[in-house]
Design a binder for this molecule. Structure first.
Ligand code: PHE
Length: 370
């Protein structure tokens, strides 16, 4: 390589055109022989290499000795030569990438595509949903940015009621000019989708509602301002608390295994009456008592209850405002609802001790679930 630098006796256009025509012919001849990656790299180094590249050497030698009026003539020709070299490299690369033509080698290994996998939260949520789908539930969805009406008012949280404080709501700024019920907020639970669904559909209704929810909680090992819930709603004639118990007991056994037991405690939610908290026997120790269940043998998993008639009433009222039939007649129908936190369930199932890992996007964590 490193061919000698041709001597330039004069810097007139005719002489310059002559030497550059020779260089261009050389580039063309080499370009036709670029049939391998190695040849391509050698070609690049010969002409464009930072230290030994001929283009750099020629321009250093000639530009230095050229009289001022010839520098521009030289510059134009160097640029043209450089463009020719780049063009040769680009078109050769393009030909190689195209899977046609005589040079195609079908025995070369293909380029590997990295395949992603389901996030543990999405996986857990889908598994819970499928348990209820097998029982005849359909999937319902709703928006994460909600109005006060759907998140609170229609669910029987009156304005200024202390139960609103338990929700640690993140509100959208600049909403003060609107009536309270129209103000936007981040939904604090999936329960507003109960209301949206009943406004759209008449009973009977069996819905399972997965989704993301938001609360103004400081992040620590067990709290995240964003988390996930799966909600359930069943409305029909003759739905009783026994149906609720049977359904949840069946679902917990389907999800955690048939040895799991459930028990129900009185609780309070504004939109269910009566309300209950549900515990399952500890899936780690089988109920004997261990560190995971704080030696109680039980793990608290979800909230539930019979749909409060006040909820059916606000649905009927809104349906009338929308020009629809008030078909949620509390004399004919009743229902139950439940809601569970997906993150805690996923953490239990996969032995994850810090909820923050679920939201970190850290590949070293996520790859363990692939
Ligand atoms: N939405 C309640 C919560 O987030 C859970 C719940 C859902 C309770 C449905 C009863 C019925 O705390």
């Amino acid at each position: 390589m490193s061919a000698a630098i041709p001597e330039l006796k004069q810097f007139d256009e005719a002489e310059l055109d002559r030497v550059f025509a020779e260089l261009e012919a050389e580039v063309s001849a080499q370009a036709r022989a670029l049939t391998s990656d190695e040849a391509m790299e050698a070609f690049r180094l010969e002409w464009l290499g930072r230290k030994q590249g001929r283009l750099g050497q020629l321009s250093a030698a000639w530009l230095k000795s050229a009289p001022v009026e010839a520098k521009k003539l030289l510059g134009v020709r160097f640029n043209k030569l450089k463009a020719q070299i780049e063009e040769a490299r680009a078109s050769t690369a393009a030909t190689e990438a195209r899977p046609v033509g005589a040079g195609l080698d079908v025995t070369l290994p293909g380029s590997a595509q990295r395949v992603g996998s389901e996030h543990p939260l999405v996986k857990t949520m889908a598994e819970i949903v499928s348990v209820f789908q097998r029982m005849g539930y359909s999937v319902g969805l709703g928006p994460e940015v909600e109005t006060d009406f759907y998140n609170f008012e229609a669910l029987n949280f009156p304005p200024n009621h202390p139960a609103r404080d338990t929700q640690d709501t993140l509100v959208v700024a600049g909403q003060e000019g609107k009536p309270l019920r129209e103000r936007l907020l981040m939904r604090t639970h999936t329960s507003p989708v109960q209301i949206r669904s009943m406004l759209e559909q008449a009973p009977p209704l069996r819905l399972v509602i997965p989704g993301k929810v938001h609360r103004n909680d400081a992040a620590d090992a067990t709290h995240s301002p964003v988390f996930h819930q799966v909600e359930g709603l069943c409305v029909d004639t003759n739905i009783t608390f026994s149906d609720l118990k049977g359904t949840l007991d069946f679902a917990m056994k389907a999800f955690f295994g048939s040895a799991v037991k459930t028990r129900f405690f009185p609780s309070f939610f504004p939109f269910t009456e009566p309300s209950a908290d549900v515990q399952i026997s500890c899936i780690f120790c089988g109920g004997k008592g261990c560190r995971k269940c704080k030696h109680s043998g039980w793990i608290e998993l979800l909230g539930c209850g019979m749909v409060d008639p006040a909820v059916f009433e606000s649905v009927n009222q809104r349906r009338v405002e929308m020009g629809r039939e008030p078909v949620y007649d509390t004399k004919k129908i009743s229902g139950f609802a439940f809601g569970m936190g997906v993150d805690r369930i996923a953490m239990m199932k996969y032995g994850i001790s810090d909820i923050g890992l679920l939201y970190s996007g850290d590949m070293r964590f996520l790859e363990q679930f692939a």
